[in-house]
Write a protein that binds this ligand. Structure first.
Ligand SMILES: [Zn+2]
Ligand SMILES: [Zn+2]
Length: 238
């Protein structure tokens, strides 16, 4: 469906649907022919509903803040994710990230668009979590940017991919525990004061696990002068 709210977003979606005619897509979640992300996969994704921690969006036992956020408040104001990282959304993110199925970015971002509509956060800048130089060169694209750009277009918010950089190459977070993850990304990011100063920023990533990357990114942006930072991801692991 092409929305007419913002011409640039309509054009962006049109571009991808045009490519669908040339290269008929397979669903990123189940491999079925027809759509990049089929209705069955969208509907069977495990969406995240309250109660959750009002800050990190993680599980909580009824309290508005989880114990971790109480004792160690993250640098971001709030972090929310569209679904649990399992089943079709997990496969789709894998396709987007490792199988160069970049057309999935636009269609998966529609989930983030409707989430942001409901969250009603007043952000004035969208920034994807950056990859390190080595990984960016290997992969050729940043999967977080493939989600952040259409989200920014849809909402009419300036998209600034250069506002946050990896200043340190980091190891993959995949096999690290919570403490190791936090340490691994601790000083990994640097924000550009000229771009972010005084702004309320939305950081976009594909998956969050412990929130360590989001925290480190938000911290770097605040240190660079951002007013405050929110985070949104497609999926939340564990
Ligand atoms: Zn499917
Ligand atoms: Zn929390």
């Amino acid at each position: 469906m092409i929305t007419s709210e913002r011409p640039i977003y309509g054009l962006y979606r049109l571009l991808w649907s045009g490519l669908d005619y040339i290269y008929p897509p397979l669903c990123g979640g189940c491999g079925k022919r027809g759509k990049r992300w089929c209705d069955d996969c969208r509907e069977s994704s495990k969406r995240i509903f309250p109660p959750y921690c009002s800050c990190c969006g993680g599980p909580t036992t009824g309290a508005s803040l989880c114990e971790r956020c109480k004792s160690n408040p993250p640098a971001y104001i709030a972090l929310r994710s569209w679904a649990i990282y399992c089943g079709p959304i997990r496969r789709a993110i894998h396709q987007l990230k490792y199988r160069r199925d970049i057309a999935l970015g636009e269609v998966l971002a529609t989930g983030l668009v409707s989430m942001l509509d409901q969250l009603n956060w007043q952000v004035d800048m969208v920034i994807p979590v950056p990859l390190g130089k080595t990984r960016q060169n290997e992969r050729g694209y940043n999967q977080a940017a493939m989600l952040a750009l259409p989200l920014a277009y849809a909402k009419g918010i300036p998209y600034k991919s250069r506002a946050l950089k990896r200043v340190q190459e980091t190891n993959s977070q995949v096999y690290l525990n919570r403490g190791q993850r936090a340490k691994n990304v601790q000083n990994a990011f640097g924000g550009d004061t000229n771009i972010v100063k005084g702004h309320t920023i939305l950081i976009v990533d594909d998956v969050t696990t412990t929130g360590a990357t989001m925290h480190a990114s938000a911290k770097a942006l605040l240190e660079a002068g951002a007013a405050c930072v929110y985070g949104i991801t497609l999926a939340r692991a564990g």
